[in-house]
Design a protein around this ligand. Structure first.
Ligand SMILES: C[S@@+](CC[C@H](N)C(=O)[O-])C[C@H]1O[C@@H](n2cnc3c(N)ncnc32)[C@H](O)[C@@H]1O
Length: 236
């Protein structure tokens, strides 16, 4: 069967934002395995609109990259967990001309967009469709592991990933995390839970415990409706 005919109707998917008007559900994943499926389903559509919508509320992504205390010309090994469409990897590739950058994501739809976005730097880029997991093959490999708006979506096992991170860093390696911190109003907490995001201020204390902080900040998001956080910490 020729599926091309269906592709003609793909733009109709843009009406999916009408879901906004449906009653909110708590869609936080409660199981590690179903979390991956939840994400794949969620981003099947969101991948199409991600790059031209997320700059409006995923604050701090560029700022955290500018704050990284890394040697610009070193042959760095960098990992982004939940790299999505590769927006951060693109900036990193430009900022660090000798860095090799690996991006992991479980959404094939997001990775397809990343592949296009990163075409120019493909010699230094590895994109892999898989989750970051405990007991992986990366022991001591990376100078930097970046989580940008990923940990608040990795429920319930985000803490397992934080605990794995030092193992995969070089002795002087660092973690960088930029993400939502806390919702100041219940309506926004619930609204974000509907989109699989947990805003309970739960991540920053654990980062401060597990790494030696260089930067640990909470900043105000749009009109004080939510806060977001930036953390850069060295392996202890
Ligand atoms: C909000 S997006 C952030 C993308 C990118 N880091 C950015 O800053 O634009 C979250 C990404 O994390 C990915 N993700 C969620 N759970 C994951 C998991 N268990 N392993 C790897 N990637 C995951 C999603 O597929 C999605 O692409």
């Amino acid at each position: 069967m020729n599926y091309k005919i269906f592709e003609l109707f793909e733009p109709l998917n843009f009406f999916e934002p009408l879901n906004f008007f449906k009653p909110l559900k708590n869609n936080l994943s409660t199981n590690k395995e179903t979390q991956k499926e939840d994400m794949r389903n969620f981003y099947a559509f969101q991948a199409k609109i991600y790059d031209f919508t997320r700059w409006t509320f995923l604050y701090g992504r560029n700022s955290i990259l500018k704050k990284l205390p890394l040697d610009r010309f070193k042959p760095l090994e960098i990992l982004e967990v939940g790299c999505g469409t590769g927006v951060n990897m693109l900036q990193i590739a430009k900022m660090y001309p000798n860095a090799k950058i690996t991006g992991l994501d479980i959404s094939n739809d997001m990775l397809k967009v990343a592949e296009k976005n990163l075409e120019k730097y493909k010699d230094r880029i590895t994109l892999l469709e898989k989750p970051y997991e405990k007991g992986n093959e990366y022991t001591g490999k990376f100078d930097l592991i970046l989580y940008s708006y990923a940990l608040t979506m990795i429920n319930p096992h985000w803490e397992e990933l934080v605990a794995q991170t030092p193992n995969d860093l070089k002795p002087d390696g660092m973690i960088a995390v930029v993400d939502f911190h806390e919702a100041n109003y219940d309506f926004y907490r619930n609204f974000m839970r509907n989109s699989h995001v947990r805003l309970d201020g739960h991540i920053l204390p654990v980062l401060n415990e597990n790494f030696a902080p260089i930067i640990s900040e909470v900043r105000t998001g749009l009109a004080g409706v939510w806060n977001y956080m930036m953390f850069i910490g060295l392996k202890k």
